[in-house]
Design a binder for this molecule. Structure first.
Ligand code: AMP
Length: 456
C-alpha cells in the first residue's frame, strides 16, 4: 500500500466516497502508478497479477472518464469494453465496476458463454456504458448483430496472457478490428511472452508501462507446517495451540468475514484477547483493532486476506491459516506477515479434507512441501491413513501422549511451536518426512482417509 490517497491521484470525490465504503484507504502501487496516466488519457501496458489491485487501477479512471463525458451509448453499443479470459474474472470485474461506480448512473453488463444469451442480448439492446465480456461470446453476439463496437472508445484486455493461452487470440483480434482505431487502450498481463509483446505493439499507442512485481517474501526463513484436521475440530485445535504463550503475536487467517468474526468471538469467549478485521468493518474499527494488536492489548488478530493486505506489524511470531486460501498467492502473502524485516517465523496451516486441493496448489507454487504435524497432542489420536492402506489396529494408543506427557514418536520432545521461530522451536513430532501417517511429506499430501478416535 502507498501513503498517497485516491484524491491525490486525481480520483473524483464520488468515486473516493465509494472507495471509502469499501474500506480502500490508500491506493496499491499499481493504482498509484496507473491512475494518473490513465486520467491523462495515456494508453497503458500493465504487468501485474491478480491480487495487486489492478481491477481498480483501470476501473476507476474508466468510471471517471465515462461520467465526465455524458454522451450516451446508442442501441447495442458499448462505450467501454473490458475483455477477460474467464467467466469468473468477467463477473468479478463487473462487480468491481458496480461497487466503485455506485451512484454514477452508468449502465453496465457482463456477457460470457455457457449460458443462454437471451438476457445478454436484452441487456445490450439499449446499449451500455461498460461491457465486460469473454471473447468467444462477445464475438458471437457481434456476429449476430446484437452488439456493435463501432463507437467504443475504451478497451481493456485483462489477463491477456491467459486469454492467449486459452486460444482466444483470433477472437480478440476480430473484436478489436471492429472498434475505432482512435481509442483509449489498456492491456494487463501477468507475463510478457513475445506473443503478448506483439499484441501490445499492435493495439497500444505509446503506452505507459507499469510493472508491479509481487511482494518478495523470504519464505525460506519461515517454518511452514500443515496440520491435517477435521473441519469441525479446527476451533478446538486453535484454542489448544493458543495455550502456548510462545504464540505471543499471532495472525489467524480465514477465508470469509463470517468465519473471522466467529473465530474472534470464540477466542474472546475463552478468554483470549483478539480482534477481527475484515472488509465489513469501518475504517475506524479496523484501525482500532490494528492498534490493539500492535500495542499488545490483543494477542490475536483474526483477518481475511483482503483486510490484511498491506498490514505491516512487526514481531508477528506465528501465522495460523485457519482456512487455506483458494489462491495460492494469498498463502505467500499471508505467511509473509511473519518473517518481516529479515526475521524468521512460523506458519501453521489447518487443512481439512475439503482443502487438500488448495494445499497442493500452495505446494506447487512454493515448490516445497509443508511439514506435516501430528495433532495428537492437542486433539488426541487422529489417525490419518493414505487412501488404500489398511488402518492399523490401535495398540496402546499409537502416537498418543506417552506417560511423560510427551509423544511416543519423539519422547520428551518439547510440546510446542514456540521458542525461536524458524530456529530452536521445534514443532512437535515430525520432521518433513517424519510421520508417514501424515502423508509422508510428499508435496500436496496424497489422498488420505481419516479415522478419528476420541480416545486420547
Ligand atoms: P485485484 O488485483 O484487482 O483482483 O484486487 C485484489 C483485491 O484487492 C480485491 O479484492 C480488491 O477488492 C482489493 N483491493 C484493491 N485495491 C485495494 C485498495 N486500494 N485497498 C484495499 N483493497 C484493495
Amino acid at each position: 500500500m502507498t501513503t498517497v490517497t485516491f484524491a491525490d491521484l486525481g480520483v473524483a470525490e464520488p468515486i473516493c466516497r465509494a472507495l471509502a465504503e469499501q474500506n480502500y484507504v490508500n491506493p496499491t502501487p499499481i493504482q498509484a502508478q496507473s491512475i494518473p496516466a490513465l486520467l491523462e488519457g495515456r494508453d497503458l501496458l500493465g504487468l501485474a497479477q491478480t491480487g495487486t489491485g489492478k481491477t481498480a487501477a483501470f476501473a476507476l479512471p474508466i468510471l471517471q472518464k465515462l461520467t465526465a463525458d455524458r454522451s450516451r451509448p446508442g442501441p447495442k453499443e458499448a462505450r467501454a469494453v473490458i475483455l477477460a479470459p474467464t467467466r469468473e474474472l468477467a463477473m468479478q470485474i463487473s462487480k468491481s465496476f458496480e461497487s466503485y461506480g455506485k451512484g454514477a448512473r452508468l449502465r453496465q453488463t457482463v456477457v460470457f458463454g455457457g449460458v443462454n444469451q437471451f438476457r445478454q442480448v436484452r441487456a445490450m439492446s439499449g446499449g451500455v456504458d461498460i461491457l465486460v465480456a469473454t471473447p468467444g461470446r462477445l464475438l458471437d453476439l457481434m456476429n449476430q448483430k446484437h452488439v456493435n463496437l463501432g463507437r467504443t472508445s475504451i478497451l481493456v484486455l485483462d489477463e491477456a496472457d491467459r486469454m492467449l493461452d486459452m486460444g482466444f487470440v483470433r477472437d480478440v483480434r476480430k473484436i478489436i478490428a471492429a472498434m475505432p482505431k482512435q481509442r483509449h487502450s489498456l492491456l494487463f498481463s501477468a507475463t510478457m511472452p513475445k506473443s503478448i509483446a506483439h499484441l501490445a505493439d499492435e493495439i497500444l499507442n505509446d503506452p505507459v508501462r507499469v510493472e508491479v512485481t509481487p511482494e518478495v517474501v523470504t519464505v525460506d526463513r519461515i517454518d511452514q507446517r500443515v496440520m491435517h484436521v477435521d473441519g469441525k475440530r479446527k476451533r478446538e485445535l486453535l484454542g489448544k495451540l493458543l495455550d502456548d504463550s510462545d504464540l505471543s503475536r499471532v495472525i489467524v487467517f480465514t477465508r470469509t468475514k463470517h468465519c473471522a468474526n466467529r473465530v474472534s468471538e470464540q477466542l474472546e469467549k475463552s478468554g483470549v484477547p483478539s480482534e477481527a478485521i475484515h472488509g465489513n468493518k469501518s475504517q475506524g474499527a479496523r484501525q482500532r483493532a490494528l492498534d490493539n494488536f500492535r500495542n499488545g492489548k490483543a494477542r490475536i488478530l483474526v483477518a481475511t486476506d483482503i483486510a490484511a493486505r498491506g498490514i505491516d506489524v512487526t514481531g508477528i511470531t506465528h501465522v495460523i491459516n485457519y482456512e487455506l486460501p483458494n489462491e495460492p498467492e494469498s498463502y505467500v502473502h499471508r505467511i509473509g506477515r511473519t518473517a518481516r524485516a529479515g526475521k524468521s517465523g512460523i506458519a501453521l496451516s489447518f487443512c481439512d479434507s475439503s482443502e487438500r486441493a488448495h494445499l497442493r496448489s500452495i505446494e506447487r507454487l512454493t515448490k516445497r512441501p509443508l511439514t506435516p504435524v501430528d495433532t495428537t497432542e492437542w486433539l488426541g489420536e487422529q489417525v490419518v491413513v493414505p487412501a488404500g492402506e489398511p488402518i492399523a489396529p490401535k495398540r496402546g494408543g499409537r502416537g498418543g501422549p506417552n506417560k511423560n506427557g510427551g509423544n511416543r514418536n519423539q519422547p520428551g520432545k518439547q510440546r510446542r511451536f514456540g521458542g525461536k521461530p524458524g530456529g530452536g522451536g521445534q514443532a512437535r513430532g515430525n520432521g518433513p518426512r517424519g510421520d508417514r501417517k501424515q502423508g509422508g511429506g510428499k508435496p500436496g499430501g496424497q489422498k488420505q482417509s481419516r479415522r478419528q478416535s476420541t480416545s486420547a
